[in-house]
Structure formats: structure tokens, C-alpha cells
Design a protein around this ligand. Structure first.
Ligand code: DGL
Length: 266
């Protein structure tokens, strides 16, 4: 059995691209569809109801593209919506959902000072799902949470290492270091794009934890278990959709993915 239907990946914007890239590396023959719900970004500043409605709407679009699995490549949407997505679509349409959540577990294993800094959206940090995750896996570690809204906007503007990016990263990271954090979680997928700057600002003694590879490995595992992997010998295609400024999206994907990437509207 082979299943060459595409894997859908979505985020509020370009935050999910590093996850899509890892999936592409691990599964070169799979077809991918990436959706940036840019018109409604940033999710981190929206109500839970809006985030849920958008997650459902993007899922409907991806279903219309006949995807075989959906990767919610956004911590905020995962925290707020994945339970409902699984309940409403998962079983009914036999559609696996793979989400992303802040890497609290690896951080708790890694920390020596017992203080973990978490950079994420306000919505993620105040969600019940994040609270439950922390209670479940943080053990004795103390978490210093840091909402970081400026970073999402900087990434969407492709300001990944300019003065404004460094300044904003310093503003969010310095207080965590002052509180003795030796491990910082990138709890928003957008922040993977800023990882080099965050690592530099945090310094050698601090480890920065991000989750793209873990999510991509989970995608492989789920597709294997569900018998959904393709056996097509050719390299897979990647399609990119956005409902925001298409010229900007074109620039973003060409810069972050490759010169051949073509923006489409959804
Ligand atoms: N990339 C998203 C996340 O992982 C959210 C960014 C936003 O739209 O606020 O949480």
C-alpha cells in the first residue's frame, strides 16, 4: 500500500517552516502542503475562540486538498485547538493530527540550576494545556515564563538578525538569565528562525531547546503506524498557501525555503 496524498502543515505564518523543513529532510518523497494563516496572525494575540475557529477553517481547507495527516506547526494553535480538532475530525475522517508543544520535558531533564525560561506567546503561556503540561513533566524545575510578542512580528518581517531583532531578544532573554535560567525553551515555532540570535544573547552557559526535529520524528512515527507513508520513488512536491500579503509570502518562502518556492492564495 502506498499513499501519495500530501501531508498538511499549518501555522499562523512562517513559524511552521522549520518544522516543514525537518519533515522534508526525514521524508523526502512525501508531498507537503504548507498553509500560513497570515491574515489572522498573530494567533498569540487572538481569543481562544478565534484561534479555534481558524484552526477549524484551515483544517477544512487542508481537507479540501485531500491531505492524509495534519501537522499543527504552531504551539498556540496546538495548546488551544488540538483536542477539538482530534475530536471533530480525527476519528470521523481518519485524519491524524500531530501538534507541537513547548519542550518542557527535555528542558526539565537538562536543567542544572532548576530554572527554565520559556519564550512563547501570551496565549500559550496562559492556556490550560500549558499549565497541565508543566504540572505533568516539569518535576521540581521552576519555570520563568516570558511572553515575547515582538519576536513574532520581527520574524514575519524577515528581521532575523538586525539590530531590532537583537534588541528584542535581549529584552526577553536577559531577565531569564538574571533569574538563573540555564535552559531556554523556544515555545513558539516562529522563534526557531531567531535561534542563532537567541543562542548568542543567552551565552554559552545556556541551552536553547527547540522542537522541530522531535515533531518531524513524531510525524514519521505516526505515518508509519497508520500505514500512510508513500513509497513513490520521486522527490515530493511542496506547495505554499497564504491568505495574507502574497508578495511578502513569496519573499519569505523564497528566502527561507528556496528560490523555486511559489506562493499561492487560499
Ligand atoms: N508560531 C506560533 C506558535 O508557535 C504563534 C505565533 C503567533 O501567531 O502569535 O505559537
Amino acid at each position: 500500500m502506498t499513499d501519495s496524498r500530501p501531508i498538511g502543515v499549518f501555522d499562523s505564518g512562517i513559524g511552521g517552516l522549520p518544522i516543514a523543513k525537518k519533515i522534508r529532510e526525514l521524508l523526502p518523497n512525501e508531498n507537503l502542503i504548507y498553509v500560513a494563516d497570515t491574515h489572522y496572525a498573530p494567533y498569540g494575540e487572538k481569543s481562544e475562540d478565534t484561534i479555534l475557529q481558524r484552526s477549524l477553517a484551515v483544517t477544512d481547507f487542508l481537507r479540501s486538498q485531500d491531505v492524509k495527516a495534519i501537522v499543527v506547526a504552531c504551539n498556540t494553535a496546538t495548546m488551544v485547538s488540538i483536542k477539538t480538532l482530534r475530536a471533530e475530525y480525527g476519528e470521523k475522517y481518519d485524519l491524524p493530527f500531530i501538534g507541537v508543544e513547548p519542550g518542557v520535558k527535555p528542558a526539565a531533564i537538562h536543567t542544572k540550576t532548576g530554572v527554565i525560561g520559556v519564550l512563547a506567546t501570551e496565549k500559550t503561556l496562559t492556556s490550560h494545556a500549558f499549565d497541565a503540561l508543566a504540572k505533568r513533566v516539569a518535576g521540581n524545575a521552576h519555570m520563568e515564563i516570558q511572553p515575547s510578542p515582538k519576536l513574532v512580528r520581527l520574524v514575519e518581517n524577515l528581521q532575523l538578525d538586525d539590530d531590532a531583532a537583537v534588541k528584542a531578544v535581549e529584552e526577553y532573554v536577559h531577565p531569564l538569565i538574571e533569574k538563573d535560567a540555564d535552559t531556554i525553551i523556544l515555545g513558539c515555532t516562529h522563534f526557531a528562525h531567531l535561534a542563532p540570535v537567541i543562542e548568542k544573547v543567552a551565552g554559552d552557559k545556556v541551552s536553547v531547546i527547540s522542537t522541530e526535529l522531535a515533531v518531524a520524528k513524531e510525524v514519521v512515527r505516526r505515518l508509519k503506524v497508520e500505514n500512510l507513508l508513500t513509497t513513490q520513488p520521486d522527490f515530493g512536491t511542496t506547495e505554499f498557501f497564504s491568505n495574507g500579503d502574497l508578495a511578502l509570502f513569496q519573499q519569505q518562502i523564497q528566502y527561507l525555503w528556496g528560490i523555486d518556492a511559489q506562493a499561492q492564495r487560499f
